[in-house]
Design a protein. Sequence first.
Length: 143
Amino acid sequence: MRYAIHRYHDISCGHRVVGHEGKCRNLHGHNYRIHFYCEPAEATVPLDNVGRVMDFGIVKLLLCSWLEDEWDHRMLLWESDADLTELQRLDKTVVALPFNPTAENLAAHLLNVVGPKVLDGSGVKLVAVNVEETRKCSAAATL
């Protein structure tokens, strides 16, 4: 039997997608809903002594707090964005990312970079992330 837990967190931030053929090439923002799916890091120890994969409060403390500290109420731009330097000069809340900030790339970054870093030693691993840009549109990354 496999166990997994799920928690989501809402943040608001802006971005633009370099090379987009439509209006998403312009600066704009979303009320994102980020879904985190975690499983035990070791299949031999699926649940803790209380009967949980992990307390949901720990997920909030580790993953949701990272979102609040790093991306909430920020402008997320690709480090290759031609206007990055000028926008960072005007506003210190601009965050340079090593990828174009599509929902797919945000999900992959959270799954492959942020999750392993912040969950290290916790006994759980992040196995999937779903990034909702709107109630109708989302992208997921899964191990």
